[in-house]
Design a protein around this ligand. Structure first.
Ligand SMILES: [Mg+2]
Length: 379
């Protein structure tokens, strides 16, 4: 099973409106589909959920000559080969150090490219062995819980419309829902959160700040949110102090902290566990490092009594959840408008309904891609 070629298809689908977090607007759904083909013609597909699309897609395809001829089943060896392009290293038998191929400004993009390639290799592994990934990983249950993610600040919509939106997810059968915070004053967000709590009964309620606060502000915010039985407080702190300040915050509230979707390697997640006091790791295999890095992080979390709640892309992360006893829930977007990739691009995917993701027996990740739609929105 030798690797022959890599194709990266970058696509950008316009959304029906602009969805705001505290940090940024989402007006398009951006993704890169990565195909890794073997000499025998078998194709594995991975996805990259990261921008800038063009630059990451170019780097992904540029890695083809470097891993060409390697064993497609040797995901660890391929991972090391690509990762080593970011650090000075000694090749086997060499006396001179090989300098990194990519400079430091490109590290995030290389980790994203590595994610897409690594996921495609896992898909290939499943297809070669005719087994779904969840079974390859040792899972014995095909049903995994999913929570409903939404509650954005939407242009032209009252911030309080989130109350009906969240109640609607619970009506659909979800027992855990998540909304954004940090995009209004704390008082404005309390109005949303308290209204949602009243409307959803005992369902789990998570809030996601997308790095909205300084430590002082985060302390104030969570004190104000605590009375509404918050299941986790996600990415509360500004990007520049997102480890130690998390740890300080963790000491001031009983609400568990969740983070990890913005990290690009296991070492950073380790620090968020050790120094940041997080109780839920939200690693995203499609943003950096792939499933291979996800398994390392999951092992670290298990050994430290921390749960996993993967970010986004249930077609990938559902497989890990099915095989990990410390998995809490996969993230899903019931809104067709917010997630056209899941609802339009992916065909024959795992079944998502009423807060449950049911994985199938198809080999690999078990989804098919509607290439006509990819072509339509290809950049
Ligand atoms: Mg988040």
């Amino acid at each position: 099973m030798k690797i022959k070629s890599i194709r990266a298809h970058a696509m950008s689908m316009p959304l029906d409106k602009v969805y705001w977090t505290s940090r940024a607007p989402w007006g398009t759904y951006n993704t890169i589909l990565v195909e890794v083909e073997t000499v025998s013609g078998l194709i594995g597909i991975g996805t990259i959920n990261k921008t800038p699309l063009k630059e990451i897609a170019e780097i992904t395809e540029s890695l083809a000559p470097i891993i060409q001829g390697m064993d497609a089943l040797a995901h660890e060896a391929v991972w090391d080969k690509i990762f080593n392009l970011t650090v000075p290293h000694l090749e086997k038998g060499a006396t001179e150090v090989t300098r990194p191929l990519f400079d430091q400004n490109k590290r995030v993009f290389v980790m994203a490219a590595l994610a897409g390639i690594d996921l495609a290799l896992w898909d290939l592994k499943g297809k070669a062995l005719k087994m779904p990934i969840w079974r390859l990983l040792g899972g014995d249950q095909r049903e995994v819980p999913a929570y409903a993610s939404g509650g954005y600040y939407e242009e032209g919509r009252s911030p309080l419309a989130v109350i009906d939106e969240m109640a609607g997810y619970v009506d659909q059968g979800y027992s855990a829902v998540k909304l954004k915070c940090g995009g209004l004053s704390i008082a404005g967000d309390v109005e949303r959160i308290s209204g949602v709590r009243k409307a959803i009964g005992n369902a789990h309620l998570m809030v996601d700040a997308n790095g909205a606060y300084s430590l002082k502000e985060a302390e104030k915010a969570i004190k104000a949110f605590e009375p509404y039985d918050i299941f986790w407080f996600e990415e509360p702190i500004h990007w520049y102090d997102s480890t130690r300040a998390l740890g300080r915050l963790a000491q001031t509230t009983h609400v568990p902290l969740a983070s990890g979707e913005s990290e690009i390697h296991a070492w950073a997640v380790r620090d968020q566990v050790d120094l940041g006091g997080i109780r839920y790791v939200q690693w995203d295999c499609t943003r950096a490092g792939g499933l291979t890095e996800g398994l390392r992080i999951a092992a670290y979390a298990l050994a430290h009594g921390v749960q996993i709640a993967y970010h986004h892309d249930p077609q990938i992360h559902g497989h890990l959840m099915a095989a990990q006893s410390h998995g809490y829930c996969v993230e899903s977007f019931p809104s067709h408008a917010r997630d056209p990739f899941w609802h339009q691009v992916l065909k024959h995917k795992p079944h998502l309904e009423a807060g449950k993701l049911t994985l199938g027996d198809e080999p690999g990740f078990g989804f098919e891609v509607d290439w006509d739609i990819v072509k339509r929105w290809k950049i």
